[in-house]
Design a protein around this ligand. Structure first.
Ligand SMILES: *Cc1c(COP(=O)(O)O)cnc(C)c1O
Length: 344
C-alpha cells in the first residue's frame, strides 16, 4: 500500500496559499514588517500569528519525544479531523469506518464532506471486532477511526487488536487519544515510524484543561503532515491560543496533579454510585468520565436536570441503551451529583 495513492488527486496537485508570514520564515524581532497590512501599533495581538506554530510544536516535540516535522496543530481536534477527511476522502466515492458507540464528530464530518460512513459496532465488551471491520472495508475505505480510550464507553481498546487493524486495514488508521493522559498506556505515537498509515490525534481540551482555547494536535508521518499542511487555513491557531498553550505546556507538574485528583475522584465516585439502587451497571473507566446503565435513562436525565445537574444521555447510541455518561467533576460537584441521585 502506498500512502500517496490514498491522497485525493486534487490535493496532491493544488497550489497552496502562501501567507505573508509563510514567505518570510525567519521571524526576527529587529526586522521591519511591512508585508501583511497589519496595524503597526503594538497591543500584543496586532500581528498575525505564526502559521507554523513553531513554539508549540517545539514544546510538544520535547514532551512527546518526536520531531516537529511529525506535528500539525488545528483549531481543536475537530479541525484536524476535518483536514484529514479533506485530504483523503473523495466525496460521493470514498467511505470511512467508525465503530459505534463512539465520538459523534467522525460521522458528522463524514456527512459534511459527503462521504459514506460504514459502521461496525463494537463487541459486548466495547472492543473492536477486527475480522468484521476488515471484512466491511473495501477499496474505497480510506479512514478507520479508533477512539481509545473510547468516548462514551470509557474503555481502552486492546493493543493487539489495534495493531492488527493498523497492519491489515488498507487505508489510514486514525487513533483518537483525547483521553490518553488519564491512562497509564503509552501513546501510539511511538509506532508512527513503523506504520506510515497511522495518524494519532490528541487535544488540550481534556487532561490539560484548555477546552476553551481550542487546540488539537495531529501526529503523523512527514508526508501526511505535509499534505494536511497544504489545505490548513494559514492562521488556524490564533495568537492568544498559542500564548496560552505555551504556558500550559511548560507547566507539566500542575497537569499531573490535576489528573491525579480527577482519577482519585473517579474512584470515589464509582464507589458511591454503587449504592444507588437504580444504577444497574457501572462500566470500567480509563478516562475522566463514567458510563452507567440505569433503569430509565430519559427519566433519570430529566430528573437530574430538575436538580440542576446536566449529564450526557447516551441512550440512543448502539449498545448504550439506558446509559448516562457522567463527567468526573470537582469533589464538590461530585457530592452534588450524589446528593441529587440519592433524592431520586
Ligand atoms: C473531547 C474529545 C475530543 C476533543 O475535541 P476538541 O475539538 O479538541 O476539543 C476529541 N475526540 C474525542 C473522542 C473527544 O471525546
Amino acid at each position: 500500500m502506498k500512502i500517496q495513492d490514498l491522497v485525493r488527486e486534487n490535493i496532491k496537485t493544488l497550489e497552496p496559499y502562501s501567507s505573508a508570514r509563510d514567505e518570510f520564515e525567519g521571524l526576527k524581532k529587529d526586522m521591519v514588517f511591512l508585508d501583511a497590512n497589519e496595524n503597526p501599533f503594538n497591543n500584543g495581538v496586532n500581528r498575525y500569528p505564526d502559521p507554523q506554530h513553531y513554539r508549540i510544536r517545539e514544546l510538544l516535540s520535547s514532551i512527546r519525544k518526536i520531531r516537529i516535522q511529525h506535528i500539525l496543530l488545528g483549531n481543536g481536534s475537530d479541525e484536524v479531523l476535518d483536514l484529514i477527511f479533506r485530504v483523503f476522502c473523495e466525496p460521493k466515492k470514498d467511505n470511512v469506518i467508525t465503530l459505534p458507540p463512539t465520538y459523534g464528530m467522525y460521522g458528522v464530518l463524514a456527512n459534511i464532506n459527503n462521504v459514506e460512513t460504514v459502521q461496525v459496532a463494537l463487541d459486548e465488551n466495547f472492543q473492536p471486532r477486527v475480522d468484521a471491520i476488515l471484512e466491511a472495508a473495501n477499496e474505497n475505505s480510506k479512514l478507520l477511526f479508533l477512539c481509545s480510550p473510547n468516548n462514551p464507553t470509557a474503555n481502552s481498546f486492546e493493543s493487539a487488536k489495534i495493531e492488527r487493524l493498523i497492519e491489515e486495514f488498507k487505508g489510514i488508521v486514525v487513533i483518537d487519544e483525547a483521553y490518553i493522559d488519564f491512562t497509564e498506556e503509552e501513546s501510539w505515537i511511538r509506532k508512527l515510524k513503523k506504520y506510515p498509515n497511522l495518524i494519532v490525534i490528541q487535544t488540550l481540551s481534556k487532561a490539560y484543561g484548555m477546552a476553551g482555547i481550542r487546540l488539537g494536535i495531529c501526529y503523523a508521518s512527514e508526508y501526511i503532515i505535509s499534505m494536511l499542511n497544504r489545505i490548513k487555513p494559514p492562521y488556524n491557531v490564533n495568537e492568544l491560543t498559542q500564548q496560552r498553550a505555551a504556558k500550559i505546556l511548560l507547566y507539566k507538574e500542575g497537569l499531573k496533579r490535576e489528573v491525579n485528583v480527577i482519577l482519585e475522584e473517579r474512584e470515589q465516585l464509582i464507589k458511591s454510585l454503587k449504592t444507588i439502587p437504580f444504577i444497574e451497571k457501572i462500566y470500567p473507566s480509563n478516562a475522566n468520565f463514567i458510563l452507567v446503565k440505569v433503569d430509565d435513562a430519559n427519566k433519570r436525565y430529566a430528573e437530574l436536570i430538575k436538580h440542576g445537574i446536566v449529564v450526557r444521555n447516551r441512550t440512543t447510541q448502539s449498545l448504550c441503551e439506558n446509559c448516562l455518561r457522567l463527567t468526573v467533576g470537582t469533589s464538590n460537584e461530585n457530592r452534588k451529583l450524589m446528593y441529587a441521585l440519592k433524592q431520586l
